[in-house]
Ligand binder design. Structure first.
Ligand SMILES: Nc1nc2c(c(=O)[nH]1)N[C@@H](CN(C=O)c1ccc(C(=O)N[C@@H](CCC(=O)O)C(=O)O)cc1)CN2
Length: 288
């Protein structure tokens, strides 16, 4: 049971709405002879990555984006990997590409991200684009936090002046999301594994974002009544199901709005990647 006043976000429906809007741009580009070109670099065969990549390919095909996987061996060397990235950077037919994470241990992830051409950075992970984001002048931005901001906006959650607490400081979610919230004039706290008295910190939040990677980490006592709670967790149970970082059943009745897992933030990640690919393709055409 969820409290009367709780809104449960439907991330899949919202992603569909945004994609229907994006479809108009893709159709207009196609009329100019432009098909956005996305490449997804996959190293090895991580089962979860296979699912996410399949979702991305499906979504791209439906929209009319040409998305192709560059599949590399799990044992590829750093040097060979860098050659693949150099080829993608130099290929004028590629608008945007991303390197699916996680990467195998022999690969230096920071070096990989730094080697991506910032103008083809579908994920918004490069240091250059990260810098732009933190300067309040964003270019391409990471898809998951962009999806969270889209949820907040489409569900008309006020951000300016609100206290936002982000639990988790990853490069994919926590750090860029903190910058995005700050750019929208929230008062942002970044909490993490070394934060002292975390429940006292999270109880201050008007907007609480859990990006920890621990199932049911956020319990009801950590949440202020009437808060907005965004669950970024994708944790696999022993039964192969997906569960979030928030104890949904206990927390939801206290909230004004909450995202479920699955069908909350996850589908928005794929939608935002599509949006970013189209933006980068548009920029290329504009620059021609
Ligand atoms: N280079 C990147 N690697 C990874 C990213 C990323 O943004 N860029 N994010 C995640 C994986 N990811 C996208 O790549 C992703 C995760 C989850 C979903 C999603 O739709 N989840 C569904 C559940 C699907 C399931 O059954 O597993 C949901 O929440 O409803 C899409 C994309 C890590 N790597």
């Amino acid at each position: 049971m969820v409290g009367n006043m709780t809104t449960i976000v439907d991330g899949r429906a919202l992603a569909n709405t945004l994609m229907a809007e994006l479809q108009k741009t893709v159709t207009a580009l196609a009329q100019q002879g432009v098909i956005p070109q996305l490449r997804i670099v996959q190293v090895g065969d991580d089962p979860a990555s296979n699912i996410y990549i399949r979702n991305k390919l499906r979504r791209a095909e439906k929209l009319g984006i040409d998305a192709q996987v560059v599949h590399l061996s799990a044992t590829i060397s750093q040097a060979d990997f860098m050659h693949v990235l150099a080829r993608l950077n130099a290929d004028p037919t590629v608008d945007a590409y991303m390197v699916q994470e996680p990467l195998p241990p022999q690969i230096d992830q920071s070096a990989v991200v730094a080697a991506i051409d910032p103008q083809k950075d579908a994920d918004g992970f490069t240091p250059v684009n990260f810098g732009h984001l933190w300067q309040g002048d964003p270019g391409p931005v990471p898809a998951t936090p962009a999806g969270i901001m889209a949820i907040l906006d489409r569900y008309e959650v006020p951000i300016q002046g609100k206290r936002a607490v982000v639990i988790g400081r990853s490069k994919i979610v926590g750090r860029p999301l903190a910058a995005m919230l700050l750019n929208r004039d929230a008062t942002v706290t970044m909490a993490h594994s070394k934060t002292v008295n975390l429940p006292a910190v999270t109880r201050e939040a008007d907007i609480l974002i859990a990006a920890v990677g621990v199932p049911h980490f956020v319990t009801a006592d950590m949440v202020k009544t009437g808060a907005v709670v965004i669950d970024v967790g994708i944790n696999r149970t022993a039964e192969g199901k997906v569960t979030g970082d928030v104890d949904f059943a206990a927390v939801a009745p206290k909230t004004a709005l909450i995202t479920p897992v699955p069908r909350g933030v996850g589908p928005m990640t794929v939608a935002m990647l599509m949006q970013q690919t189209v933006n980068l393709a548009k920029e290329r055409v504009g620059h021609e």
